[in-house]
Design a protein around this ligand. Structure first.
Ligand SMILES: NC(=O)c1ccc[n+]([C@@H]2O[C@H](COP(=O)([O-])OP(=O)(O)OC[C@H]3O[C@@H](n4cnc5c(N)ncnc54)[C@H](OP(=O)(O)O)[C@@H]3O)[C@@H](O)[C@H]2O)c1
Length: 353
């Protein structure tokens, strides 16, 4: 039985970790690698991942060349957060009939911010019998899929509040940069205004996904102004030193309003030096549910897991644009990845000449 053939698209901080983890997995084979960075193009993937061995997979910026040669089952995509940027990267993949799993935050529930692009992706997926999925730890799990799953034990749900507090010092450097760690408050505000830094992307999408799962007709989703968290003492990560008075990270809140009341509130806090890291979900209903994960789930490791664990589920799924609420209950694919495939989707020996 042939291995599941995967192309890695975007070999940055997250894409590299995904690729390394996939190399450990039985039943998976990386058959191509794509990145736009001139410093990565032309390098062997093994060299780029600092493995001290070649994998005979050369990083290319020529998507069509990689896809037409590689004959793969899944493209694992990790480049950017916004669907308007990512659309041009992933839409052309459909014609190869490959499934696409992306870390793009807006793709996790694109119907709220990019409904037209979502419709186009769904149409492409149906036309070419392939599936698009956006996932990750957040959005993708902690503040949406997990919340939705917990409501499964409720007769009534009146209000949902989820909070994530994390010490950004333990996260990848691009993440620390996008939350503004090490900037002055003025720099932070300017860079936020010009979108040079984005903060966390995905609260709106998580609220949209929860509301859709509950068939709640929200009046609107509001995203509050992003607030810098100012360091009260010097704090640092391996990469960034934050002096007292500089920005250590941020706080962001978003709300789903229904019948003029807060129905869903998501509170995201990420800064270097944060204490009491946790993920909590409070469901006011019958029965009420208070769930806390402490310390919080490590986002980088968990994003890698979410993406790779989704591979067999996406291969088994029906075509089109899907979100996490449309797939079976999330679970780890710890055994040979082919064991999780429904038989009609098992890669055939003739596949991938
Ligand atoms: N949903 C979640 O839970 C979750 C979790 C983690 C990360 N993410 C998201 O995943 C994305 C990747 O994160 P990261 O930390 O790995 O970022 P990163 O380190 O900046 O890596 C992105 C890589 O993709 C490349 N790239 C950008 N545009 C490209 C294009 N059009 N074609 C080919 N390659 C392209 C970049 O090259 P250049 O450097 O030359 O641009 C870079 O090598 C981010 O948007 C992040 O927010 C989501």
């Amino acid at each position: 039985m042939e291995k599941i053939r995967v192309v890695c698209y975007g070999i940055g901080a997250v894409g590299s970790r995904i690729a390394k983890f996939m190399l450990e997995k039985e039943g998976l084979l990386i058959v191509g690698a794509i990145d736009a960075d001139r410093n990565k193009v032309g390098k062997d993937l093994g060299e780029l991942l600092e493995l001290n061995k070649k994998l005979d997979v050369v990083v290319s910026d020529d998507v069509d060349k990689v896809l037409s040669k590689a004959s793969c089952d899944v493209v694992v995509h990790a480049t950017s957060s916004y669907l308007k940027d990512v659309y041009q990267q992933i839409a052309p993949l459909a014609k190869y009939g490959v499934n696409v799993i992306s870390t793009c935050e807006e793709l996790s529930y694109p119907f709220v911010s990019e409904p037209e692009l979502a419709k186009k992706l769904d149409t492409l997926g149906l036309k070419y019998a392939m599936t698009f999925l956006g996932t990750g730890i957040n959005p993708g799990f902690l503040m949406d899929t997990l919340v939705i799953t917990l409501t499964g034990a409720c007769q009534k749900v009146e209000k949902i509040t989820a909070q994530r507090v994390m010490n950004a010092a333990t996260r990848r450097v691009p993440f620390q940069k996008k939350i503004g760690a090490g900037l002055t408050v003025d720099e932070f505000k300017k860079k936020m205004a010009t979108k040079e830094i984005t903060g966390h992307v995905g609260l709106e999408q998580s609220i949209g996904m929860i509301a859709a799962a509950l068939c709640w007709d929200l009046d609107k989703i509001t995203v509050d102004t992003v607030e810098p968290v100012v360091a009260q003492r010097e704090v640092q990560s391996d990469a960034i030193k934050v002096k007292k008075g500089q920005v250590a990270g941020l706080k962001q809140t978003a709300r789903g309003i229904m019948k003029r009341k807060d129905a869903i509130t998501l509170d995201f806090q990420a800064y270097i030096g944060a204490k009491d890291e946790h993920d909590s979900i409070i469901i006011e209903g019958l029965p009420p549910i208070h769930q806390t994960i402490s310390p919080c789930v490590h986002g980088d490791h968990a994003t890698v897991a979410m993406i790779v664990n989704a591979i067999p589920k996406v291969m088994n799924a029906h075509p089109g644009l899907l979100t996490m609420k449309d797939l079976p209950v999330p679970s780890a694919a710890v055994e040979d990845m082919r064991k999780y495939l429904e038989t009609q989707w098992l890669p055939q020996p003739s596949h991938g000449k």
